[in-house]
Design a protein around this ligand. Structure first.
Ligand code: SF4
Ligand code: SF4
Length: 389
């Protein structure tokens, strides 16, 4: 059992089911552990380290998807294995629990499994995201080193082609089958766009039929090659408002598949005025960049989340400068200074103002309420109509 102290008590990593559990000080003391090193200090307002870091192991990929958020190309940047191992070691020493290895296409790295084994050896749980290209039976067996492998599957057949420019769904589904056959916990990531919105159910059915354990739905991000085509690919307002009812219906129809949503979808879910327990069902955390989450890119520069381009510096920014880096502080404290409607939004504590990457794409500014949040839209319309100050 891995444990780390936090100001409120601590975080315990449990294996079955895999989860990170936040516990209070009393619970820690009842475990027979001494008081935490920072319990006597004022509440810093953020975690002692990210719980999960997204690590781009390469920016090489042959697929050329038009919406690729890293802009991966066949001869993209790739850090040396030794340097990646050093980053992993430093993150583990800092108390990070999970590393999500992604790309580009990480399976192109000859040393991918050595990197994953190194992560395990220093106490991290490595997870993997892959297109499935190159996932042979042998590679699937070796994927047992990962805690979870998710294959990118943005629809089946024509829906995949519309989303990614070619139909790679056969390759992705075969990869999922191989992983499940090898006993690897495996599911899919589905980036939802207006062109594949109608394919959500068919895709979940395909995953359920192959024994996949989860589908994580992600919002399309205006980053990398996705920046220019964003306006045509993003969900329509009525689709955004219909997201939660649609997910609940899918959850009922396919109970064996865990439905998850990524951080940036939280404002869309909140539009339906959900009970907080319903949000918890989807593993919801809002914009926790620079607190719960952080990223390290292929040039080994750290960022608050994988979709943000401006670097914070090397991995030192996430380790030595974690508490006082001015940019991290700006990300963490946005909810305290967020204007209306976020300031009085009942979901502010979980949503934290929506996706800053979308805000910047649409307004030029990072730290403004997410303009695609239905509540933000309605507020803007009311202001324009002179109904609200
Ligand atoms: S109003 Fe702000 S805090 Fe509330 S759901 Fe929308 S973006 Fe999130
Ligand atoms: S900016 Fe925030 S909400 Fe958007 S992807 Fe990054 S962490 Fe998620």
């Amino acid at each position: 059992m891995k444990f780390r102290y936090e100001h409120f008590g601590g975080i315990v990593a449990i294996d079955e089911p895999p989860a990170l559990v936040h516990v209070d000080r009393l619970f820690v003391e009842e475990l027979g552990m001494p008081p935490g090193p920072r319990w006597g200090e004022p509440d810093p307002g953020h975690l002692s380290a990210p719980t999960e870091v997204h690590l781009m192991t390469t920016n090489r990929c042959p697929a050329g998807c038009p919406g690729c958020y890293t802009g991966a190309v066949p001869d993209g940047e790739e850090p040396e294995g030794r340097a990646v191992r050093e980053v992993l070691t430093r993150l583990a020493e800092h108390g990070v629990f999970h590393v999500a290895l992604g790309g580009g296409e990480s399976l192109l790295r000859e040393d991918l499994f050595e990197l994953a084994a190194h992560a395990r050896s220093v106490g991290l749980v490595p997870n993997l995201t892959t297109s499935g290209i190159g996932l042979t039976r042998e590679a699937a067996e070796r994927c047992r080193v990962f805690g979870q492998v998710n294959v990118s599957l943005d629809g089946v057949g024509e829906a995949y082609r519309a989303a990614r420019g070619y139909d790679g769904s056969g390759v992705a589904l075969r990869a999922l089958e191989r992983l499940v056959e090898a006993g690897v916990p495996a599911g899919v990531n589905f980036v939802v766009q207006r062109c594949n919105w109608a394919a959500m159910e068919e895709t979940v059915a395909a995953v359920a039929g192959r024994g996949g354990n989860e589908v994580e739905f992600l919002r399309f991000k205006p980053a990398g090659r996705g920046f220019d085509g964003y306006l045509e690919r993003r969900l329509r307002p009525e689709q955004a408002e219909a997201l939660l009812p649609r997910l609940l219906a899918l959850g009922e129809r396919y109970p064996a598949v865990h439905m998850k949503v990524d951080c940036s979808f939280v404002p869309f879910l909140c539009a339906s005025d959900p009970d907080p327990e319903v949000l918890a069902q989807f593993g919801v955390i809002g914009c926790e960049a620079g607190n719960v989450l952080a990223a390290v890119k292929a040039d080994l520069q750290a960022t608050p989340c994988s979709f943000v381009e401006e670097p914070l510096g090397g991995v030192d920014a996430l380790v030595d400068r974690w508490d006082d880096h001015p940019s991290l502080r700006a990300w963490r404290t946005f909810p305290e200074r967020a204007p209306e409607p976020c300031a009085s939004c009942p979901y502010q504590a979980v949503c934290r103002g929506g996706c800053k990457v979308v805000s910047r794409r649409l307004t030029g500014e990072l730290f403004v309420p997410d303009p695609e949040c239905p509540r933000v839209r309605r507020h803007a319309q009311a202001v324009e109509a002179g109904e609200e100050a």
